[in-house]
Design a protein around this ligand. Structure first.
Ligand SMILES: [Zn+2]
Length: 122
């Protein structure tokens, strides 16, 4: 069981499995957050909010970025994808860092080509 939570604990997420990779995206929002995303489908994640999260939408408004109204951490985003699946992207920065020492980071060029790239672009 993988557990994530914002700093104050208002928002917590549980997922049943650790993924093989996490994704760093350099789009204007993800870059600021510094998130490392792990992509799940909605049925793989249990989300608990003691206080309802704030939702931030921008650009094409396809992704709902959830952040804590108390501590400000962006814990996850949700997205209805073109293939009909509901994505829940957990910000693995909200998880125990020991879990991610050995997991490769993939770099997504969300600011440019919108493709995975081999090296980080800052
Ligand atoms: Zn919080």
């Amino acid at each position: 069981m993988i557990e994530a939570s914002c700093h104050c604990g208002n928002i917590s997420l549980k997922a049943s499995k650790l993924l093989d990779t996490v994704t760093s995206c350099n789009c204007s929002n993800c870059y600021r957050i510094g998130a490392l995303w792990a992509y799940y489908t909605a049925d793989q994640v249990v989300i608990t909010e003691r206080v309802k999260s704030n939702i931030y939408l921008w650009g094409n408004k396809l992704r709902s970025y959830h952040n804590c109204t108390n501590c400000g951490c962006t814990t996850h985003y949700t997205q209805l994808r073109d293939d009909g699946t509901n994505r829940v992207a957990i910000n693995t920065r909200m998880e125990n860092p020991e879990l991610f020492k050995a997991i490769p980071i993939r770099y997504f060029d969300g600011a440019g080509s919108f493709k995975y790239i081999t090296k980080k672009i800052t």
